[in-house]
Design a protein around this ligand. Structure first.
Ligand code: G6P
Length: 614
């Protein structure tokens, strides 16, 4: 939610800031802006509604010189997306500019207090309140910029990552964070700021991940200094980031989403690498080795997550219950945090998050820790807030995911959950050696089988063309494939704006069947597992009501293929691993339908990749 970039150094700041914004555009893209201090010391601010490309076009014929600047791409919270509400916001003195990601919860109170003192506001945003407050503190108390920022941050309640530029301090940038991510990059006599490392890696691999309540003072010719809100020095580590540009570029694909769908076989190989020892037929997850006692003695597991990660959690529940014989609850993190949950020190909470920054999941982790649970994070973004807030965890190692609709992170999460379930079951003695070895072997074969499925891309594209007319879709699955149906429906609605619902197939009779007619296509995951016959009956019922059926079937299953209007064959695997395969055609179906409808697949309207506000 909102992307922040900053630069202070020896080069022109503007091209670096624009490139950085483009890399962060997945975080929000309804308006964008930049503030620069030019050679004469003038503060120039340019803002536009729309995407970063619109900002670039607007600035093209303007003075964009200067070696220090800040820039922002917005996902609106307070005030509609327009050029007034876009960041940076400038204080009335004309000296300070700020960019902000997050929400200032008590902005209305502060705004009223400042208005009573004569401060005039120009936008509807909470962010403007913060910059006017810093300005007010600086001018009324005659304090330096750092002190004014610290005092202001003592006053505000909420979540924020901010960067402040001051016309009177052209060689300084101040950055601070609380509950929203912020990274400082350290180059050769130059410094960078980013909501994540992606705008920075082109220039340096040395970064500081700021922690909550850190204020970074970036000063030309000096080392970065980090202090807390009380001006006490905070020790910080300079970390080397292991990301390369190819990982965050499209690599010849028309969209990041398609690239990420096609990356899945390699991602899964990376995910299991070093964890599955094929010769010894054994899984070694360092978190389980390090915390064996705590994890094997757990009496219950609670999985907390949001969105696609929550769907992966539903598959995790089935895996852990089947193999570890432990009860598992799956909760929306947003509900869990306010539900006064009964948690004990015998519980293990698994927090699933691609970005590692989702505000609700972070809050759920804090609550679980306060109540004594042991928290295990499963994340993708290295060094993000969630991996740092948990007791232990496993990265999914699928590389940066840029497309807003999650694809490879989902299959990566399911893969880690499968390894976790099997490794824990082995330690608990709840899985037979024969089954343990067999499922590990099947997991090892998944990347090749995914590859086989991806080769059906053209066929799926042709199928999708027939279905772009639909206004509603129903997705049905059972058992392990019920969460796949939910995820398939979510993918379609996220990027094509077609209404879609996922249902357990047997529930169809309790409501959704009333909607079924020739205009409502139904996607059915009908693989040959324990519930195959029952799903077959559902298909008959759907066909009797003249709906068109797209079926995901086991390879060679002519019965369903002949009944369905379109069928996509899945290579066979263990039932518990089927979601890893069945998800792929549903991702592709959603992708091609959205492309056929001319939608912006990588940046769907109203959505953001990393939801750092409640
Ligand atoms: C947003 C994204 C989804 C994602 C969800 C949870 O809504 O658009 O793709 O599944 O957040 O994000 P997380 O990073 O915690 O997995």
């Amino acid at each position: 939610m909102c992307g922040i970039v900053g630069y202070l150094g020896k080069r022109d700041a503007y091209p670096i800031l624009i490139k950085g914004l483009k890399r962060l555009e997945y975080r929000g893209y309804d308006s964008a802006g930049v503030a620069l201090l030019d050679e004469q010391g003038d503060l120039r601010v340019y803002k536009t509604k729309g995407k970063v490309a619109d900002l670039e076009a607007y600035v093209a014929d303007k003075n964009a010189g200067g070696t220090v600047g800040i820039a922002h791409t917005r996902w609106a919270t307070h005030g509609e997306p327009n050029s007034t509400n876009a960041h940076p916001h400038v204080a009335n003195s004309g000296n300070l500019a700020i960019i902000h990601n997050g929400i200032i919860e008590n902005y209305a109170v502060i705004k009223r207090q400042l208005e009573a003192k004569g401060v005039v506001f120009h936008s509807q945003t909470d962010t403007e309140v913060l910059v006017q407050l810093i300005d007010y503190v600086q001018t009324t108390r005659q304090v330096d910029l750092l002190t004014a920022v610290r005092i202001a941050l003592h006053t505000v309640i909420g979540a924020y990552a901010i960067a402040v530029l001051d016309k009177n301090n052209p060689d300084v940038l101040i950055a601070a964070r609380k509950s929203s991510p912020l990274v400082v990059g350290i180059g050769d006599e130059e410094f960078f700021l980013g909501s994540d490392a992606s705008p920075i890696i082109e220039y340096t691999d040395r970064v500081i991940y700021l922690n909550d309540q850190d204020v970074a003072v970036i000063r030309r010719g000096h080392d970065v200094e980090v202090v807390d809100f009380y001006n006490e020095k905070v020790e910080h580590d300079i970390t080397r980031v292991n990301l390369n540009l190819a990982q965050i570029e499209k690599g010849g694909f028309p969209h990041f989403m398609l690239k990420e769908i096609y990356e899945q076989p390699d991602c899964l190989r990376d995910c299991v690498r070093g964890r599955i020892n094929s010769e010894a037929n054994h899984i070694a997850l360092s978190a389980i080795i390090d915390h064996k006692e705590r994890l094997t003695k757990a009496r219950r597991i609670i999985i907390v997550a949001c969105g696609t990660s929550w769907h992966a959690g539903l598959i995790g529940k089935q895996l852990i219950e089947q193999y570890c014989q432990l009860p598992v609850q799956v909760e929306y993190a947003s509900e869990f945090r306010y539900s006064n949950p009964v948690i004990s020190e015998h519980d293990v909470v698994i927090a699933l998050s691609q970005s590692g920054e989702t505000a609700d999941t972070l809050a759920a982790i804090e609550l679980a820790r306060e109540r004594g649970a042991f928290v295990y994070g499963i994340c993708n973004a290295i060094g993000a807030s969630i991996p740092r807030a948990t007791h232990t965890g496993s990265y999914i190692h699928v590389g940066p995911e840029i497309g807003v609709a999650s694809t490879k992170a989902f299959t990566g999460q399911v893969t880690v959950l499968a390894m976790l379930a099997l490794a824990l079951a082995w330690e608990r003695g709840t899985v037979s050696e024969e089954e343990y070895v067999r499922v590990i072997a099947a997991l090892n074969e998944i990347p090749d089988k995914m590859q086989e499925l991806l080769e059906q891309g053209e066929k799926i594209r042709d199928i999708s063309r027939i279905f772009t007319y639909a206004r509603n879709f129903l997705y049905l699955g059972r058992g392990y494939n019920y969460p796949v149906a939910l995820e398939g429906a979510l993918k379609l609605k996220e990027i094509s704006y077609i209404h879609a619902e996922g249902y357990p197939a047997a529930e169809m009779k309790h409501g959704p069947i009333a909607l079924i007619d020739e205009e409502m296509p139904v996607v059915v995951i009908a693989t040959q597992n324990a519930l195959y016959e029952k799903v077959l009956s559902n298909i008959q019922e759907i066909k009797a009501r003249h709906a068109r059926v797209i079926a995901i079937v086991s390879k060679g299953d002519d019965t369903v293929s002949q009944l369905a209007d379109a069928a996509i064959e899945l290579p066979s695997t263990e039932e518990c691993l089927e979601p890893l395969l069945a998800t792929i055609p549903l991702q592709m179906l959603a992708y091609y339908i959205a492309v056929c409808k001319g939608k912006d697949v990588d940046q769907p309207r109203n959505l953001a990749k990393s939801v750092t506000v409640e």
